[in-house]
Every structure is written in C-alpha cells, then in structure tokens.
Design a protein around this ligand. Structure first.
Ligand code: PT1
Length: 276
C-alpha cells in the first residue's frame, strides 16, 4: 500500500499526516505568514521533523466565504514554493489546487500529488491530472467556497457525497487514472452543516472502498468551533478527537496544521486499532 508521488513514496499501511502550508494572504488560521520562500521552507522543515508524511501547499483559500483567485495569482504564490520544497524535502509535496494551469506547472516543478477540493471538475483539470501521472485526492464540495455555507441541504448527506465521489472515481478511471492512484475526501466544512459533518464522520467507513484511501481535513474547522464554542486558536484537542475518530473509521491521511500532536494521537489510535 504505497503511493508513488513523483518518485517519493507515501506509505499507506498506517495512518499518515499531511501538513498544511498555506501560501495565501488570507488563510483562516495562520494569517498568511508563510508567504516568503524562506519562511515557507522553514515551516515545512519543522513539519517534516514533527513527522509529516506529505506537505500540502495551497495558494487558494477555500475556507467559507473566501473569494476566488486568478490562475496567475495562484501560480505566483504556489510555484516557487513547490519547486523549492520538492527539491529540498525528503517527503513529497502536494498542491492544493483546482486549476489546470496550476496542476500542469506544479507537476513540472516537482509536485508529488494533486489535492483538488473540486475533484477535477473544472474544464481541463482532469486532462492535466491524467498527463501529470500523479496521484490525486478527489474532494466533495457543494457549491463554491464564497457561498457554500448558505443553507446547505441534502436528502441523505452520506449517500449523496458517496455517490458523488464514486462517480468522480469512475470518471478518473475512464480517463486513465487508476483507482490505486486516487484518494477520496468527503470535504468537511465544504457546503455542510455541523450535522452533515458529524454524519459523514460517523459513517466514514463507508468511503474506504472507493479508492486507495480516505483523506480527511478537520483541523481547526468551524465544526470543531461550533461543538466547543471555541475560537480558531483553541480547537486543537477537538481537532485531534475528530482525527482519531476518522482514523478509527478507516481514514488513511489526516490533513492538519498541528503535525506533532496529530502524529502522536494517530500513533495511539492506530496501535489500538491494530491490536487483536
Ligand atoms: C480538506 C481541505 C482541503 N480543507 C482537502 N483539502 C481546506 N483534501 C483546504 C471551516 O469550516 O478538508 N480536504 N483544502 C480548508 N478549507 C476549509 C473549509 C477551512 C472549512 C475551514 C473550514 O472552518
């Protein structure tokens, strides 16, 4: 159970941590302080030391209410960081993008994975991903970040998100990306109420047979804030609890800002889960 991320291997035989590196001026929890190249590299190196298995570089904020960004702007933010980290880090980097231009250029610059919150639905993105030959994380979103939290409604959120991801996996396979190179992600907080998010977490085990693995991002999100009535800088324990539930339910990768703490929590969770 390994993913080939442009020559660097991502082991999926035990739970892994994906460290978040935002290169946006408006990121919801690190205030965009990782924009300069040197600072981005130092932050990434710390996450590697803390046990991250992959670093996710994002130049488009996708938190609720975030405005769209142009391809040129996103390329300016992301490409230098991808190039430098792909060269200098021992672990793969993924690029958090939906745009075909960014997928293509990032793959050229050495990215090892495509993480697309729009599941390759933007015209040209699927082709770019196929050509890159890289593993892809397909995430479910309802609507667009700017408006996705305006009265999200589902018949049965688990069935509908599962059907969406199954269809995207089918489309990717038909285009030439084998299932073994795909991850799926129900998209916590992306056009979902607290109740929707909790139902997806509770039933995450139903998603494990769709692809090579399930990836989950719950770190510091408003679902944790709503449950704890806590601001964004006081959501660590709640985020760890949600990550542990996700791993217990079969998730393979946790996307998080807090690498050291998440690695420790997952280590204990995985050990208990592996016991006879
Ligand atoms: C995620 C994810 C992501 N989340 C993947 N990529 C973000 N694969 C960016 C809130 O409710 O879960 N999976 N890339 C960050 N987006 C959000 C969404 C941040 C919701 C905050 C919230 O607070």
């Amino acid at each position: 159970m390994q993913l080939d991320c442009a020559g660097k291997m991502l082991d999926l035989s035990q739970p892994m941590v994906m460290g978040v590196l935002n290169v946006t001026p408006d990121s919801f929890s690190d205030g965009g302080c990782y924009l300069p190249l040197g600072a981005a590299l130092r932050r990434a190196e710390i996450m590697v030391q803390e046990g991250a298995a992959i670093i996710d570089i994002g130049g488009e904020s996708t938190r609720p209410g975030a405005p769209p960004v142009s391809a040129a702007e996103e390329l300016d933010r992301v490409l230098p960081v991808v190039e430098r980290l792909a060269r200098d880090l021992s672990i793969p980097v993924s690029v958090d993008t939906s745009k075909p231009e960014v997928i293509r250029e990032a793959a050229w610059a050495g990215a090892g994975m495509i993480n697309d919150v729009r599941a390759l639905q933007i015209p040209g993105a699927l082709d770019a991903a196929v050509t890159s030959g890289l593993p892809v994380c397909l995430m479910h979103i309802r609507g667009e970040p700017a408006t996705m939290q305006q009265e999200p409604h589902y018949g049965d959120v688990v069935i509908e998100v599962h059907a969406f991801l199954a269809e995207r996996v089918r489309v990717c396979q038909a285009a030439g990306i084998p299932r073994e190179r795909l991850l799926v992600d129900p998209g916590f907080g992306f056009g979902k109420t607290l109740d929707h998010n909790l139902r997806l977490l509770r039933h995450l085990d139903r998603f494990t047979d769709l692809a090579a693995g399930v990836l989950v991002g719950v770190s510091r999100k408003s679902m944790i804030g709503l449950l704890l009535n806590a601001p964004v800088d006081e959501r660590l324990s709640g985020s760890l609890a949600a990550a542990v539930v996700a791993i217990w339910q079969g998730a393979k990768i946790i996307r998080t800002h807090d690498v050291r703490e998440t690695v420790q929590a997952l280590c204990v969770c995985a050990a208990a889960r592996a016991a006879e």
